[in-house]
Design a protein around this ligand. Structure first.
Ligand SMILES: Nc1ncnc2c1ncn2[C@@H]1O[C@H](COP(=O)(O)OP(=O)(O)OP(=O)(O)O)[C@@H](O)[C@H]1O
Length: 252
């Protein structure tokens, strides 16, 4: 079932064309990741989908009655404010304790309800944000760089948690990430954005697309991890990285 259909989306910030003629679809239960350099319009696209920004042209069709959960890129909380995780999850809508505990449990953050938000570690904080986005049982979860500020094991844990959310709730996931090496394997589809959609498809297709390589080079972890995997899979012997990249170019 199709949850979101975007066609011809264009957005200008002043004179700057942030998005030009962008198309995108998201189906029930799939994980779609948007990659792209800084300033390529990723957040702008997500903000249009949640309705926080109005595009200059184009259409965004959403399935009737669809619920969206959103995790913003950054959320600053005043460290002097004595706000517990439970209270935070009760804003702006009042929630009962059972519902709060269930949401925390769903993201592997049980037991944090009485902890002050300002005292949480980066990983705990992101999990509480994720829990909040899950409170209304969304059909689509939108995450804008959910692992910002986390170290590598922390990010890997969070991505695993996100996959569990998909498995347990059936929610589709649309996220922005810079961690190519992780998202390339965890996603069903990848959309490479640079003001327009440069290329899209399965992670393997995107990683081997010349447009993607032009933006990210062939030396990224994501690309290399994939090529090694592909290469080993087909031929069962090792080559150096540079050779693998050159060899596989255009073969998908
Ligand atoms: N409110 C705004 N006013 C003016 N320009 C904006 C505004 N929001 C975004 N922009 C510009 O539009 C472009 C796209 O921004 P956007 O935040 O969508 O990019 P991004 O891909 O999410 O970047 P990053 O990876 O750095 O988070 C950038 O050049 C940015 O400076």
């Amino acid at each position: 079932m199709r949850l979101v259909t975007i066609n011809g989306l264009s957005v200008k910030h002043g004179n700057h064309q942030a998005l030009a003629n962008v198309g995108l679809t998201v189906d029930k239960g799939e994980i779609v990741t948007i990659v792209g350099p800084n300033g390529s319009g990723k957040s702008t696209l997500l903000r249009c989908i949640i309705g926080a920004m109005t595009p200059d042209s184009g259409t965004i069709l959403k399935a009737a009655g669809m619920r969206i959960g959103y995790v913003p890129q950054k959320l600053a909380i005043d460290a002097t404010m004595p706000l517990t995780a439970a209270r935070f999850l009760s804003l702006p809508k009042r929630r009962d304790a059972a519902h709060i505990n269930e949401a925390l449990q769903q993201v592997g953050a049980d037991g944090l309800q009485d902890r002050p938000m300002a005292g949480l570690s980066g990983g705990q904080f992101q999990r509480v944000l994720l829990a909040r986005a899950l409170m209304d049982k969304p059909d689509l979860l939108i995450l804008d760089e959910p692992t910002t500020g986390l170290d590598q094991p922390g990010s890997a844990d969070l991505y695993t948690q996100i996959e569990h959310v998909r498995r347990d709730t059936g929610a589709a996931i649309l996220m922005v990430s810079h961690e190519l090496h992780v998202v390339m394997s965890a996603s069903d589809r990848v959309v490479c954005l640079n003001g327009h959609v440069c290329c899209h498809g399965t992670p393997e297709i995107v990683a081997s697309a010349p447009e993607y390589r032009a933006l990210f080079g062939t030396g990224t972890h994501g690309a290399l991890a994939l090529y090694r995997h592909e290469h080993d899979h087909h031929h069962h012997h090792d080559h150096d990285d540079a050779h693998d990249c050159g060899h596989d170019h255009g073969s998908h």
